[in-house]
Design a protein around this ligand. Structure first.
Ligand code: KG4
Ligand code: ZN
Length: 347
């Protein structure tokens, strides 16, 4: 077994996607398999945790086998297994975590639990323009909206976060209000393409307040009031409200990111998490970065939303640093990013 494992199997099952990937070294993607559950949750308009974990149980073995097949490698060639251990839905996490542990144990190779957000951060190094610390990380997903400072000595400082809803959650809920199909975020972004962003003047949450925290529940309520006041909506109205909401949400992310860069005296921003797939956010952030003279790095579009490549990338780094997890590592529904997943030094 190599002391510096290169061929890593990654498994991610923190929410409603079961994903497996094979990565060689830092960034050579050999396989990236994602099994989605949109049809399972569509009737409920949101993710039902119990249904998610049951579907994961059915999918985990097949998805992993498909990844190995796609990569053209046998389990006996894999040198390490990296699995998301939190945060997320515990029932969902446990399926991937226990499966990954069992595989690693049987194969006699190291296994490491990975923080889901560390995975997202690692996704930014899988495209062009790999960031090197110190930088600001903006994490925007269905469960998180936060700004971090990352330093070259490995230290991570939480600078600000949402006080209520996550921005992805706000996209999903507003999509629901507008009668757009699940999953809401991408549907809303699609509807917004043909709308006018200045059609409705929604509040820009927390912008006038100092600090780096976010809030999205007020914006969501403002959309609800607007929708209620109008009765049945025409397609044009849906598009206009979607575009106006999207711009308000994106603007607050941009303003707070700029504030974080300025306060910390940095000029590199890494934007990750499912909402980093949003075209309006990508376009507006790039424009502001050009204007203000900072670098904004996004993951490749295909790796913005949950996937196992990012888990393999983050876990591979830990394993090559000689870190691995205990076999009794548990799943965590909430766990700060600063905390590494209980690895032990191999030495
Ligand atoms: O990181 P992710 O795949 O899963 C979590 O860790 O939560 O992020 C999912 C979130 C969902 O709220 C989804 O609606 C949102 O990312 N999302 C988008 C887009 N694609 C995914 N939001 C806005 N525009 C998009 N294109
Ligand atoms: Zn995620």
């Amino acid at each position: 077994m190599s002391i510096f494992p290169q061929l890593i199997l990654g498994i991610e099952s923190s929410c409603d996607e079961m994903a497996a990937a094979v990565l060689r070294g830092e960034s050579e993607i050999l396989a990236n398999v994602i099994h989605e559950q949109a049809d399972v949750h569509q009737p409920y308009g949101g993710v039902v945790p119990e249904l998610a974990s049951r579907d994961h149980v059915r999918a985990v073995s097949q998805v992993t086998q498909r990844a190995l097949l796609e990569a053209g490698v046998g389990l006996d060639e894999i040198e390490g297994v990296a699995v998301t251990a939190g945060p997320g839905l515990v029932g969902s996490l446990l399926v991937g975590l226990n499966f990954g542990k069992a595989l690693a144990y049987r194969a006699g190779i190291p296994f490491v639990g990975v923080h889901h957000l560390a995975g997202h951060i690692a996704s930014a190094s899988l495209g062009e323009g790999t960031p090197s610390p110190p930088y600001i990380g903006l994490v925007v997903s269905g469960g998180h909206t936060a700004l971090y400072r990352f330093d070259s000595n490995g230290s991570i400082e939480l600078l600000g976060q949402t006080r209520d809803d996550a921005v992805g959650e706000a996209f999903d809920k507003v999509a629901n209000l507008l009668g757009l199909p699940f999953p809401g975020g991408p549907s809303l972004a699609k509807a917004a393409e043909s709308g006018r962003a200045d059609a409705v003047s929604f509040p820009r949450p927390m912008l006038k307040r100092p600090g780096l925290d976010f809030s999205y529940s007020g914006l969501k309520t403002a959309v609800a009031i607007e929708v209620e006041g109008r009765g049945a909506l025409s397609a044009t109205e849906v598009a206009d409200i979607a575009a106006s909401f999207e711009m308000a949400a994106v603007e607050s992310l941009i303003v707070k990111s700029c504030r974080a860069l300025q306060e910390q005296g940095l000029d590199q921003l890494v934007v990750v998490g499912g909402v980093s797939a949003n075209a309006c956010l990508r376009r507006e952030m790039a424009r502001v970065a050009r204007e203000k003279g900072f670098h904004a790095v996004f993951p490749p579009l295909s790796l913005s939303t949950d996937n196992a490549v990012m888990i393999a990338a983050a876990g591979g780094r830990l394993l090559r640093e000689g870190k691995q997890s205990e076999w009794n590592l548990n799943a965590f529904s909430r766990v700060p990013l600063q905390r590494i997943m209980e690895p032990t030094d191999r030495a």
